[in-house]
Design a protein around this ligand. Structure first.
Ligand SMILES: Cc1ncc(COP(=O)(O)O)c(C=O)c1O
Length: 385
């Protein structure tokens, strides 16, 4: 028998779209992939060189369960330089991607039926992490006209003695929008009492901000866990490297979880992570400029062909466009677009009930491919009328 909580886990629909797209590709169909949330860029050379060197130098063994001290120190220096916040390297736990870090946080934080406030729409996997450790995601709708930002007053209404955490993600997947400084401050103010919930801030898209300025939650409160990783900013998805910055009392309990379940992150990849933080600045700036050019193009074209974009996204590499005029079933619509237009897109329903009626377009693909994808989409839409 498969355990109930495994059986109840929802699939990651965007992966279903991708798998169907791959099947079609095997049958000879040319697909434009705008569904995947993965940088199309090659990993920066300095990072690959550092990984190769680490392998040659014999970094093929377990490391300290919290991660190599030099990497934790580099992460702490990075947060100081970027946000002027002081983090003790011993407050950092390095993990194999940020996904295991999400697991560590909720495993350490939640008792059965404890609640976590999550925006709706949200990154598809969040509720599954929470439910797997028997917690309860409490969804709070965020609205297109607000740029999909939380309304702090709605969060306040939902806080009760069972609330253990408020999840924030800015820039956000799937919306590509930033939470404003004022709203972040207002959310931080909700957790000022010692018995109030913690904030869990997923900062994985930090650095990929094209207008305005992102803020770390640690600028506004210490009652916070920060999740971050190398997958997006440094185009290192397959290398699997992430981390969590946690309040000191949680470190030892989370370290025990890490020791038991994962032992340590990959040693040579940790070396590559140090190179990413210290040497990849120019590569990141180059990728960011290219993303921005694609963002501008994609927003313009999506609007031209009739998709609704009320507040233009300014971060990550996504456009979350209103497609309610086309269908109220984004799952069916996404698969129809794939089958007929040969363009992969992510259905809004993957990101929560309030995401229904939207489609997420990723611009982690070349400008040429995005142009072709938009042309195919335009033709598909013209064919529907
Ligand atoms: C918001 C968000 N958090 C976390 C992750 C997980 O990333 P990784 O495990 O590669 O660090 C993703 C991946 O798409 C994401 O979009």
């Amino acid at each position: 028998m498969i355990s109930k909580r495994t059986a109840e886990m929802t699939s990651f629909i965007v992966m279903d779209v991708l798998e169907r797209a791959n099947e079609m590709e095997r049958a000879g169909v040319h697909i434009i992939h705008l569904e995947v949330g993965e940088p199309d860029f090659d990993t920066p050379t300095c990072v690959k060189d550092a990984a190769c060197k680490a392998l040659q130098d014999g970094h093929t063994h377990y490391t300290h369960s919290l991660g190599m001290y030099e990497l934790r120190q580099a992460i702490s220096e990075y947060y100081l330089a970027a946000y002027n916040v002081t983090i003790d390297p011993d407050q950092v736990i390095v993990t194999s991607g940020s996904s295991p870090a999400i697991f560590l946080v909720f495993a350490a934080l939640l008792e059965k039926d404890d609640e976590v406030i999550v925006s709706d729409p949200h990154y598809a996997c969040y509720p599954n992490f929470i439910k797997f450790v028997q917690g309860k995601p409490v969804l709070i709708p965020v609205y297109e006209e607000d740029g999909f930002q939380y309304r702090p007053e709605l969060i306040k209404e939902k806080i009760n003695p069972k609330t253990r955490a408020i999840f924030i993600n800015s820039p956000s997947n799937p919306t590509g929008n930033l939470l404003s400084e004022n709203r972040m401050k207002a959310i931080a103010a909700l957790v000022s009492a010692p018995d109030s919930p913690q904030i869990v801030s997923d900062e994985i898209y930090h650095g990929l901000v094209y207008e305005g300025q992102e803020h770390s939650i640690l600028e506004f409160t210490d009652r916070a866990f920060v999740l971050n990783g190398f997958s997006k900013l440094f185009a290192m998805t397959g290398l699997r490297l992430g981390y969590v910055i946690a309040p000191q009392p949680f470190i030892r309990p989370m370290q025990k979880l890490q020791q038991n379940f994962f032992i340590s992150a990959n040693a040579m990849v940790q070396k590559a992570g140090i190179a990413a933080l210290k040497e990849a600045g120019e590569d990141v700036a180059r990728m960011k400029d290219i993303y921005n050019e694609r963002r501008r193009f994609m927003i313009t074209r999506l609007k031209e062909i009739g998709f609704g974009i009320t507040v233009e996204p300014t971060g990550a590499f996504y456009v979350f466009a209103n497609a309610k005029h086309l269908s109220d079933d984004s799952y069916k619509l996404a698969f129809d677009i794939l089958e007929k237009a040969h363009v992969g897109v992510a259905p809004g329903i993957d990101f929560g009930p309030n995401g229904e009626g939207y489609l997420r377009f990723s611009y982690a693909n070349s400008l040429d491919n995005i142009k072709e994808g938009m042309n195919r989409l335009e033709k598909y839409l013209n064919g529907r009328t």
